[in-house]
Design a protein around this ligand. Sequence first.
Ligand SMILES: Cc1cc2nc3c(=O)[nH]c(=O)nc-3n(C[C@H](O)[C@H](O)[C@H](O)COP(=O)(O)OP(=O)(O)OC[C@H]3O[C@@H](n4cnc5c(N)ncnc54)[C@H](O)[C@@H]3O)c2cc1C
Length: 421
Amino acid sequence: MKIALIGFGASGIGFLLKMKHSDHEIHIFEKAKDIFSTSVSGIRADGKIFISKEMGGDLDIDLEIQEKVVQYYLSKTSCPDNEIEKGDSFANKSLFNEFYKYGFQPVSSKFWHIGTDELKTVLKNIFDEFSTIPNYHFHFNSEVTDIDINDKFHVNTKEQSYKFDKVIIGVGRSGHKLIQKIIKKEPNIIMDNMQVDLGIRFELPNHIVETLNQEMYEFKLKLKTRTGYMARTFCNNPSGFVVTEEYEDFKTVNGHAKRFEKSDNTNFAILVTHQFTEPFNDPVSYGSYIAKLTNILAGKNKVILQTFGNFKESKRTKKLYRVNPTLNNNDYILGDLNLAFPRKTTESILDFIDTLDKVIPGIANPDNLMYGTEVKFYSNKLNNNIIPGLSTIGDCSGWTRSITYATAHGIILAEEILKST
Ligand SMILES: Cc1cc2nc3c(=O)[nH]c(=O)nc-3n(C[C@H](O)[C@H](O)[C@H](O)COP(=O)(O)OP(=O)(O)OC[C@H]3O[C@@H](n4cnc5c(N)ncnc54)[C@H](O)[C@@H]3O)c2cc1C
C-alpha cells in the first residue's frame, strides 16, 4: 500500500517507528527544509518527556507503551543514563500531602529532560535510522497545501500532486491551516472543542523552588480557584529561560531549559482553563484576542512583563528589583497585564499564587516576575472513522498534548494498519 505521512514530528516518529519492518511504501511530507528548522514544538525545544496517566492527552495509553516511547527517545541521546535530568513528581508522599492540605490536586508523573541543545542530536539520530529504510521516502520543503478526499487521495504541495491509498496527518498545532481545509470539506469529523488555557509565565530565583526542582524537576499542580476556574502549573524550567512564541499575527510567551547553559532563575506557566458553553464556539479567537491585546499594549511584537506585587495592586511596573528577567529585553516592555486580562483570569492567577505561597514561601514575593500572555490552544477533537483511509494523529487530532502521547498515538495507528493489512 502507498501511504502518505504528513508531518515529521513526534506522532510521525511513532508511526514510522512501528512501520519500520512493513512492506508499505511510505512518503513523508515535511514543510521544513530539514529535520531541525521547523516550527517550534517540544520535539525541537526543551524536550521534557513524561510518563503519566493523568496528563499529556485524552487517550488511554498503557504505561508500558509510554515507557517504550521514553526509552526510545533516551536511546537517541548522546549522554549516559545518569546524566539525564529526571524526576518523579509527588513520589515523595509528604510533599504530596502538604500540597493536598491547601487544596491542590498534585499530578503524578515521571519526567526526563533532554534539553533544547541535545534534541538536535536526538532528531539527527532518529532521522539517520529512518532514512536508511528503503520503503521510506522523505520530502522536505514540501508543505502539503490541500488533500483531495473525494479522489482517494490526492496530496498536493505547491509544486506537485501525488496519489495515495492512505493518508496519515500528523501536522501538530502548526498545521492547523491544513486541518481547517479538511474540516471544511467534512465538518462531521469534529467531535468537540470548547476550551482555551490562558495565563502567564512566572519567573523567580532558583533558590525559592530549589527543593521542588531537586525532588521532582517538574511540579504539576491543579487548583480549583475562588472563581470556580481551574488553574494549573505547566512546564517548569529549573535554571531555564523565558522565550517568546511567534504565531502568524501575535506573540505569546513560553519557557525552556538547556542541557548545558543554565540561568539563575526557574520559570513555569500558570494557566487558567476557560471552558465555554453554547452558543459561543470559538475559544481559539478568544485566546488570540487577549494575546494580541498584550502585544498592542506592549508595542508591536512585544509581550508585557510585570512584577507580581504590581499585578496584585493593578499598577504598571516601572522598575524591577532583585529578579533579572531571562527574556531578551528587546522582547518585552514593563507594563500592566490587568489592562488585558479578564477579571476571572486575574483573580484565578492571584488565588493560585497566594495559595502556592502557603506551601512554598517566597512564591508570592512582590518582585517575582510575570510575563503575558501564555496561551494553550486545544485543537478540535477529530473522529478518525468519518473519512475511510484518512487519519489524524498527535496534536492536530485534538487527542494529545505531549511528546509521549503524540508518539504513542502514531504507534497505535500503525499497529491498527498492520493488523488490518
Ligand atoms: C514551545 C513548545 C514546547 C513544548 N514542550 C514540550 C515538552 O517539553 N514536552 C512535551 O511532552 N510536550 C511539549 N510540547 C508539546 C509537544 O511538542 C507536542 O505535543 C508534540 O510535539 C505533538 O506532536 P505532533 O507530531 O502532533 O506535532 P509536531 O511535533 O509539532 O510535528 C508536526 C510536524 O508537522 C509539520 N507540518 C505542519 N504542517 C505541515 C504541512 N501542511 N505539510 C507538511 N508538514 C507540516 C511541522 O513542521 C512539524 O514538523 C511543547 C509544545 C510547544 C509549542
